[in-house]
Design a protein around this ligand. Structure first.
Ligand code: TRP
Ligand code: ZN
Ligand code: CA
Length: 457
């Protein structure tokens, strides 16, 4: 059945010859250039790292996603007596939420149990498979709240920040040179109990493999400061570099040295670093001058109070600090983002006619010289000349024969041409082989041709 009849037409029908003539000039012009497909998609490219080495650009972490995790933690507190404290049901529910996300993303998780104040506590440890096991870059945050409130800034913020960074590692298929480990600590509020337990049970040889432990406890304070731990000059320098690129001044963290989960690592001889946006200390006039906010008021007036809710978060601080975590991990771990071949382009510039209301036509493209599977974000650039693109159904056909729908037909889309870049999860296909762009014109009156298409691996 045709998707639209002649009476629905708004665009005047052009003759096939006119279409070819008009579009042919454009296609010829494009063929003279490097590519027949205009650069519509921003390419993801590696940039030089801070030491001049080729390192992949650290991703921009979605603060919306971080906030979504915080909203979940708030809901968990609401459903469990208003808190997520050690030994209470809201703690285990928080752990299950974080663990579920990590397991689904491909992390290897483990839960470590301990007893404190007569209640069972839990640490959650998540390893990203791969990287040099003798060089571990480790990020941690405490997952428990105090009993008096939901603990959304303290420390839902660090919890959600490192969770979203971990999920971004997975989403990007990041392949770090060093091994990445993340942990969410229990019973920090009872005196760093979970992290102390972890470090105590860790064999000395394993401690020696940790190149850096980075701690994130309170990174979204409502009247924020930007504090960097100064325990290790190199780790301090990495974070300072990041904030310098954003023109955000920083200060050294002094609000109670050793008051969080980095202390047990530091005491065991591990190099530590971290970020902090302030707790119950008062913001000075000079600090309000450089960071904004309110002088004479605590960085977090709801610190350890029932009002440490989802309303107790400064989104900008949360955003900047989440991006800083990603920058720190990417910078310290080296590595590359899949695919290793990074942006290899295969292109067809063969013209293939698309018959009006006819059978599907294929434009084949042979890919060779790659290894392994295609990426989970394969870019498919399409350049089709057509006088009524709503007629067109477009699929990518992988070497396995499996098809991936790029575009459906639409009776209402009367625009001409399809010039677009689609992203396809092609990770179940081998990269090498014959790929096809399959195009069918499903409604009568207008036609066109494939001018070219390309795959970016
Ligand atoms: N860890 C403290 C808590 O959870 C908060 C805190 C106070 C803090 N001072 C700090 C965290 C300095 C990191 C650095 O209650
Ligand atoms: Zn606390
Ligand atoms: Ca048609």
């Amino acid at each position: 059945m045709p998707l639209h009849g002649p009476t629905l037409r708004t665009a005047p029908r052009r003759s096939r010859g006119a279409v070819l003539l008009a579009a042919g000039a454009a296609a010829t012009a494009a063929l003279l250039g490097a590519s027949s497909v205009p650069a519509t998609a921003a390419p993801t490219t590696a940039t030089a790292g801070r030491n001049g080495a080729s390192a992949p650009a650290a991703p921009d972490i979605s603060v919306a996603n971080v906030k979504a995790h915080l909203n979940q933690l708030q809901s968990i507190a609401n459903a469990n007596g208003g808190n997520r404290a050690h030994g209470r049901s809201g703690y285990k529910a928080s752990l299950d939420y974080v663990k579920g996300k990590l397991d689904a993303a491909g992390f290897t998780t483990s839960v470590q149990q301990f007893t404190s104040s007569g209640a069972t506590g839990y640490n959650l440890v998540a390893d990203w498979p791969g990287g040099d096991p003798n060089h571990v870059i480790f990020a941690g945050a405490h997952l428990d709240s105090v009993g008096r409130g939901p603990g959304i800034n303290d420390n839902g913020s660090g919890t959600a920040g490192i969770l979203e960074v971990a999920l971004t590692v997975a989403k990007q298929g990041y392949k770090p040179d060093k091994h990445l480990r993340f942990a969410w600590w229990g019973a920090e509020e009872l005196g760093l109990v979970g992290s102390q337990n972890y470090v105590r049970q860790l064999p000395a040889a394993e401690r020696g493999k940790i190149d850096a432990y980075l701690n994130f406890d309170m990174i979204g304070s409502p009247n924020p400061g930007y504090f960097v731990y100064d325990d290790d000059p190199q780790l301090e320098g990495v974070f300072k570099d990041f904030f310098a690129t954003r023109k955000i001044p920083t200060e050294i963290e002094t609000e109670g040295d050793g008051r969080s989960d980095h202390a047990p690592f530091k005491n065991a001889g591990v190099r530590v670093g971290g970020l902090f946006s302030g707790a119950d200390y008062t913001k000075t006039a000079a600090q309000a001058q450089k960071w904004g906010g309110t002088a004479g008021q605590a960085f977090d007036r709801c610190y350890h109070q029932s009002c440490d809710t989802i309303a107790n978060i400064d989104d900008t601080a949360l955003d900047n600090n989440s991006d800083a975590i990603a920058y720190g991990l990417w910078t310290l771990s080296g590595g590359s983002t899949t695919p290793p071949s990074g942006g290899k382009v295969f292109e067809s510039t063969t013209t293939v006619d698309i018959p009006d209301a006819g059978p599907a036509v294929d434009s084949p493209l042979t890919v060779s010289g790659l290894t392994g599977n295609a990426p989970s974000a394969l870019k498919v650039g399409v350049d089709i000349k057509h006088s009524y693109r709503g007629d067109l159904v477009i699929d990518l056909v992988g070497p396995s024969g499996r098809t991936y729908r790029l575009k459906s037909s639409s009776a209402n889309d009367s625009g001409a041409d399809v010039v677009a870049t689609y992203t396809v999860d092609a990770s179940s296909e081998t990269a090498n082989g014959v790929w096809k762009l399959r195009v069918q014109d499903v409604a009568a009156q207008d036609d066109g041709y494939v001018a070219g298409w390309k795959l970016t691996f």
